[in-house]
Design a protein around this ligand. Structure first.
Ligand SMILES: NC(=O)C1=CN([C@@H]2O[C@H](COP(=O)(O)OP(=O)(O)OC[C@H]3O[C@@H](n4cnc5c(N)ncnc54)[C@H](O)[C@@H]3O)[C@@H](O)[C@H]2O)C=CC1
Ligand SMILES: O=C(O)[C@H]1O[C@H](OP(=O)(O)OP(=O)(O)OC[C@H]2O[C@@H](n3ccc(=O)[nH]c3=O)[C@H](O)[C@@H]2O)[C@H](O)[C@@H](O)[C@@H]1O
Length: 438
């Protein structure tokens, strides 16, 4: 089977690499020439654990190829995955221009039956738009070639993308023909040897499933953050509450960690896009509006704690910031809480010394030049008044507190992910602030 994956971002590259890993011939296409040239030299555009090995192995054995030429790549292919970006437009709705551009190119150059699959996160109705873009392009060249569209949303998490793709909890596929169903069944069979299901459904349901999944996960997080803020006020401990409710199987113990808000390229954008889909259909998703609002405020909760501690004056204070990526095991800083926190500190006249295990390159072009980027975590604490834990990388869990203590001018910790024990930190001589814990 020959497959084309369009877009070599987190989703496209992981999809292409993992499909080639099970023996399928894959061409990954991107309009970004630099990205493709780098990939051909073995340089990956993103940090994702395990990805480099798979790309290198399959590029060397010839099953995985990289190209900027979609017109050429689709010749002889059976399936095309569209995995390009769907960034938020001005009103928050998903911008489909890149998806539809790919559909138009496919229709202009395809030469035989194809299943065109949207893997990007797209609102209900997008596969129908893809179908009509392809039909129009075919009509323009007076070509009569059969094709099917399908929706196959991706559920991978950055930092765990390879495992999520190779061993998915489920695969969701929206189809409208038996032929497309059979092709995609064959393609995905190697990924469900663990017995997890391939869920075939109609296309609108598949498109909606993706947004509903992300919206539900975002809701769990905002709910817990709201509860954490109340815990702070009434003197309860959200970590205990989490364990208390998480052991109820109906609630579950995953995705209920309070912190400084969800970030990344997906939850913020997908929650907003779903709210917009509802509004375009004269419906109000009241719960999701609250989820979004709580999250925007939550990124500032740690700032409020900082300002309270310093009586609203942080001018001239130096903050060590640990973690810049929106979550551990990725270099992705899109919508990261670190951006909001650092910007506010700089605006208030504070100095920032920051460190992240893998996103220092990203940080160089995403952060103000005033931020001092240090070579390791310990160095970031030199002369600092306070330490802010923003991303819970494993290496921050048990650092050398004696060295840190000796480095710091004053001893305050703002723990945005509740990874330290407040009593233990106080015993080491630190003032300690968590989120919903004492
Ligand atoms: N990042 C993630 O963890 C996940 C993302 N998604 C969804 O997957 C989609 C892609 O997301 P990412 O991979 O993060 O995006 P990304 O921004 O990392 O990559 C998108 C790629 O598409 C390329 N591209 C744009 N237009 C193109 C065209 N006409 N032809 C060829 N390539 C083109 C860009 O150059 C870029 O390399 C989005 O809809 C996103 O919501 C879904 C699940 C997980
Ligand atoms: O559509 C997408 O792009 C993806 O979005 C999320 O994946 P991702 O954004 O990579 O990362 P998550 O692990 O979900 O974390 C998202 C954010 O939530 C935060 N989070 C997560 C869990 C939790 O309990 N508390 C919490 O604050 C994380 O710190 C992070 O900022 C979903 O988990 C994936 O299933 C989905 O495919």
């Amino acid at each position: 089977m020959k497959i084309v994956v369009v877009g070599t971002g987190y989703v496209g590259l992981v999809t292409g690499a993992c499909l080639s890993e099970v023996g399928i011939e894959v061409i990954c296409v991107d309009v970004n020439i630099q990205k493709i040239e780098n990939l051909q030299k073995g340089i990956l555009p993103i940090y994702e654990p395990g990805l480099e090995d798979i790309v290198e192995r399959n590029f060397k054995n010839g099953r995985l190829q990289f190209s900027t030429n979609l017109a050429e790549a689709i010749i002889g292919a059976q399936v095309v995955f569209i995995a390009v970006g769907t960034p938020p437009g001005e009103d928050g709705s998903a911008d489909l221009q890149y998806v539809l551009k790919v559909a138009d190119t496919v229709g202009t150059y395809m030469n035989g039956y194809l299943v065109v699959v949207t893997k990007s996160t797209v609102p209900v109705g997008t596969a129908a738009k893809v179908k009509s873009a392809i039909s129009n392009a075919l009509k323009n060249r007076s070509a009569y070639i059969d094709f099917d569209v399908a929706s196959n949303p991706e559920f991978l998490k950055e930092g765990a993308a390879i495992d999520d793709f190779l061993k998915p909890d489920r695969i969701v596929i929206g189809v409208e023909s038996e032929r497309a169903k059979a092709t995609l069944h064959q393609l995905y069979d190697p990924f469900v040897l663990n017995g997890h299901p391939i869920l075939f459904m109609d296309i609108p349901s598949a498109e909606m499933t993706k947004y509903a999944a992300n919206a539900m996960l975002a809701t769990k997080i905002s709910f817990m953050n709201d509860i954490a803020n109340l815990c702070d006020i009434v003197g309860a401990n959200v970590n205990e509450v989490r364990k208390g409710i998480g052991s109820d199987a109906r609630i579950g113990n995953k995705f209920i960690y309070a912190g400084i808000g969800y970030g990344g390229s997906c939850f913020p954008k997908d929650v907003k896009a779903l709210i917009q889909t509802a509004e375009q259909n004269n419906y109000k998703l009241r719960i999701l509006k609250a989820v979004d609002e709580v999250n925007n405020d939550q990124k500032k909760v740690i700032l409020q704690k900082i300002m309270k501690h310093y009586n609203d004056d942080v001018a001239g204070k130096t903050f060590a910031v640990w973690g810049l990526a929106f979550k551990p095991k990725t270099d992705d800083m899109r919508e990261a809480p670190s951006l909001v926190i650092i910007e506010a500190l700089l605006k208030a006249g504070a100095n920032v010394q920051a460190y992240d295990p893998v996103s220092m390159n990203e940080a160089e072009h995403m952060l103000d030049a005033k931020v001092v980027l240090t070579k390791d975590a310990i160095n970031a604490t030199k002369g600092a008044d306070a330490l802010i834990l923003v991303t819970e990388w494993p290496e921050f869990r048990l650092p050398n507190w004696d060295k840190i203590s000796g480095n710091m001018k004053d001893h305050v910790i703002f723990d945005g992910r509740n990874i330290y024990n407040g009593d233990e930190m106080r015993a080491k001589g630190f003032d300690y602030y968590g989120i919903g814990i004492k």
